[in-house]
Write a protein that binds this ligand. Structure first.
Ligand code: GLY
Length: 364
């Protein structure tokens, strides 16, 4: 079994050739055991689908500039016979533990000064898990995966999610803000002007719910990290994690932990993840509708564009004030994205490329 998998990898990478459907299906059959990245044995999250794809060269994409670093971690897994599910979990953990405004415990708090985190994950066989309104846990994406694998449920929130995380061995981190978040919060408190989020547009002007615009390391900020991967066995998976809108109302949850809105994966077609103003992603069931648009024959970019145009039709004039972007990957490894406003980019890693791609947008 081991040798056969090695052979398949060698074929895919050194000869640059695709697998035959029979080889891919056979490889799929060998990939159905699972020790998760925390070293804890868990049952397989689902029976892999019978794979019919002929070319299985791994790809990973993720939202915003931070995706470049996150992709590196995912790529290591993808090129070592790993599952897309493990890759998308490990990849976004990099962003969760980095200092940034909008993902992980170092991010901006809600208007009561508390960081609350949302995340979800989905594999190739419609298994999915999510957490929302979760406090003091460093890696919400790992808790989302445990919800998927260890409970009969899809989503746990708030105190219940935290209790579950602790029962699963996750450490409760101190209830303190990062230095950057503390400074941003104190600045925000001077005005305390709560209003609905105007994501990303204002980031680039240095204020707004996802401020600060520029991080100490010079990177532009972002509101979410969403990641999609296709592994060498032809399996798609996706992950999404965020602290949501900075200085949000206590209890506010956006699209990021909502399966079908912030993330959706259907291995027969493709996968999609959303970023930007969550309320406007939820109202169009964004990610799942992008996947449906791909099912009807649209390319990943055209499918993302179709949903952005739907958001704009619904929001009318107000569309000028919001940013939403969709990022999609089909089951053949084609990628695409589309945003309402300029400024959204995504990171791509494949056997031949490692780069940031600027997405097209409705407004220019
Ligand atoms: N897209 C992130 C949020 O709205 O919370």
């Amino acid at each position: 079994m081991y040798n056969r998998r090695k052979f398949i990898r060698a074929t895919a990478f050194s000869l640059g050739a695709g697998l035959t459907a029979a080889q891919a299906a056979s490889a799929t059959a060998t990939s159905n055991t699972n020790t998760d990245i925390n070293g804890i044995e868990s049952k397989p999250s689902g029976q892999p689908l019978k794979n019919t794809a002929a070319i299985i060269s791994p790809v990973v994409i993720s939202t915003w500039d931070a995706g470049l670093e996150a992709n590196k971690a995912a790529w290591t897994i993808l090129t070592n016979e790993g599952r897309a599910l493990d890759a998308v979990e490990r990849g976004v953990m990099v962003t969760e533990e980095s200092l940034n405004c909008c993902v992980g415990l170092g991010a901006n708090p809600d208007r009561d000064g508390i960081v609350t985190l949302d995340a979800c994950i989905m594999d190739e066989a419609f298994n999915c898990g999510a957490v929302a309104f979760l406090e003091r846990i460093k890696h919400p994406i790992c808790v989302a995966r445990r919800v998927m694998e260890k409970t009969p449920h899809v989503m746990l929130v708030g105190e219940g999610a935290q209790q579950f995380a602790q029962a699963e061995g996750f450490t409760l981190e101190p209830k303190v803000l990062s230095k950057t978040a503390q400074a941003s919060y104190e600045e925000w408190l001077k005005r305390s002007n709560y209003r609905s989020p105007r994501i990303n547009i204002e980031n680039q002007k240095g204020h707004g719910p996802f401020a600060p615009a520029k991080l100490p390391n010079g990177e532009w900020n972002h509101d979410t990290i969403g990641m999609l991967a296709l592994d060498m066995f032809g399996h798609l998976s996706g992950s999404c994690t965020t602290s949501g809108a900075g200085f949000k109302m206590r209890g506010r949850v956006g699209d990021s932990p909502i399966i079908g809105a912030g993330l959706y994966v259907d291995n027969e077609v493709g996968a999609c993840v959303a970023t930007g103003q969550g309320e406007d992603v939820i109202r169009v069931a964004g990610a799942s509708m992008v996947v449906e648009a791909m099912r009807q024959g649209r390319s990943p970019e055209a499918a993302c564009q179709a949903l952005i145009e739907r958001v704009i039709r619904i929001k009318k004039e107000k569309a000028k004030d919001i940013q939403v972007a969709f990022l999609a990957l089909d089951n053949k490894g084609n990628t695409g994205a589309y945003a309402i406003h300029p400024g959204f980019s995504y990171a791509l890693r494949s056997a031949t490329e490692e780069k940031l791609i600027v997405a097209k947008s409705y407004f220019t």
